[in-house]
Ligand binder design. Structure first.
Ligand code: CMP
Length: 136
């Protein structure tokens, strides 16, 4: 492997609620992203606010934190070559209506809030986000 990385993926409440977790994980596996650890949890709004604090100045912050804490989520550590970028390519654009065909958000996303998945946007953020949920 030239550039083995780890990244954090979250299956958001809209996708957990529709039982899409296994379908989404199979997309990761098919694309050589291994699920190294996973857990299902229901976080509080304060925990969501801490997780998304990079967005605290954004107008959608409060709504975003309410949404992530609105129901169960599944968090995963994905590992593979160029995992951060690969995961973001597989997810597609933030707004499902702008996402390319075949991406997770195009296939399953409902709206810019209910966009089914989150993925770390850099190697540094991946480390912080993995540490946030898995303490490692
Ligand atoms: P995510 O990748 O989890 O990171 C931040 C989230 O904010 C993003 O996905 C969207 O679900 C959500 N969001 C809500 N409104 C907006 C917006 N106008 N621009 C970007 N992200 C938004």
């Amino acid at each position: 492997m030239n550039n083995l990385e780890r990244t954090l993926s979250i299956i958001k409440p809209d996708a957990v609620e529709r039982n899409l977790s296994e379908k989404i994980k199979s997309i990761f596996l098919k694309n050589n992203l291994l699920v190294k650890d996973t857990k299902k949890l229901h976080i509080s709004k304060d925990e969501a606010a801490e997780f998304y604090k990079v967005h605290q100045s954004k107008p959608f912050y409060d709504q975003l934190c309410s949404y992530l804490s609105s129901g169960p989520i599944e968090v995963m550590i994905l590992e593979g070559e160029n995992a951060v970028l690969k995961n973001r390519e597989l997810m597609g654009a933030t707004d499902p209506k702008n996402a390319k065909d075949g991406t997770i958000r195009k296939l399953f996303g409902v709206s810019i809030d209910k966009n089914s998945v989150h993925g770390s946007d850099s190697v540094d953020n991946a480390k912080n986000e993995i540490n946030f949920f898995f303490n490692k």
